[in-house]
Design a binder for this molecule. Structure first.
Ligand SMILES: [Zn+2]
Length: 79
């Protein structure tokens, strides 16, 4: 994925947002008309959500491991 400054004056792709886009996010093979264009505020909000998701995924993975360990302990204890 690429993240670049937009070179054309266009509205932010977040429908409710009235700002002009400052950045565009796209795969290398995406046509310019299909790129996600966001203002600085919306890009920051997306970044924050991604960090939260990543943190939650780590938390979830940690819980899964703990749950597996508990299950393994219970299994070996029952034998
Ligand atoms: Zn925006």
């Amino acid at each position: 994925m690429e993240l670049k400054k937009v070179t054309v004056r266009t509205k932010c792709d977040n429908g409710a947002c009235r700002n002009y886009a400052e950045y565009e996010v796209y795969r290398a093979d995406t046509m310019p008309s299909g790129r996600l264009r966001l203002c600085r505020e919306c890009l920051s909000a997306v970044k924050k959500l991604c960090l939260e998701l990543e943190r939650d995924e780590r938390k979830l993975n940690k819980l899964k491991k703990e749950t597996c360990n508990v299950g393994a302990n219970l299994g070996s204890g029952a034998k």
